[in-house]
Design a protein around this ligand. Sequence first.
Ligand SMILES: [Zn+2]
Length: 344
Amino acid sequence: MERNWADLLPELLGSCSQGLCPNDLSAFRAVCRSWRSAAVEESSDVPWLMLADKKGKRCREFFCLQCQRVHKKFMPEVKARRCFSSRGWVLTIGRDWELHMLKNPMSRGSHIINLPNLNKFPNIEVENLRRYYHSYDFRVMVTYYYNARLGLWKPGDEEWTKVDHPSSFNFDVIFYRGCFYALNANGHILRCDVNGPTPSKAQVVFEMPRDLLGLEQMYLVQSTTGSLLVVSRRGQYRPRGTFRFHVFEIDLVAQSWRGIKTLKNSSLFLGWNSSFSLEVDEKHHIKPNCIYFTDDFIDNSRVTKDGGGKDMGIYHLQDGTIEPHFQGKSYSHYSPPLWIEPNF
Ligand SMILES: [Zn+2]
């Protein structure tokens, strides 16, 4: 008797579709109408690593941590453009200084938000856009210029707004509990209350002890339990790259901090993406109590022979060891690999 795959029981099809990564789930749904209606809803909590730009290619490759394979997506909008990511969206910028936000490449359909041209700021260079974060209602904060100033945009604005803040290099920005926060090289955490009376002003709300500060890269991350973390990264300047991370939990109300020895069943994702944390387990091929990092040292992109993308790996907080997450080579002088946060 001939068997028709379209007549398989919906319960069986539904259970088959569970655990598929977004790419495989999309292929599963495309088989026929009955498979599409039986498939689980499209969602995933496993990040993709957006690989480096390949010259002349209109497709971009993504290393999927869930299935451990590389998926290709047709994304002509990112060709030869520098990329960042925040909350699943990809920010692109080119030599024309035009900025676009592209909806999560893991999801079906496409959506583009056009932001004002960055040449509205004086003396900006594409390489000097360093950090990007957007809120739930698509207000965008970036760091720009050689000394990482803060710039703000909200839907409807035709220009970027310069944020008034103490003159110091800003390592990172985050949208946290209704406000933007930045962390600068003096170890000061600044708050910019975009809903308050002075939305274009950032004020110091916390000072990290100076002896805890790394002079290299620092990040702001919201933990899976909702607390604010500061992460310092050591070794980016060295030929062999990153060798250590330190994690601190900050209590802005109590004005206190403590060192974190374990992230328990969560892990952090750092690099040219807006930093994020995830609760993880082995079935997702993500290891707990780890920091998954990419190469975001700008000099690696600018002055090394192959470009940025070598200083990547999985840092185990428990014993300080580092192992690779992506086994291949993916380097670029202007658009090295970065994490894409699952967000549908
Ligand atoms: Zn996959």
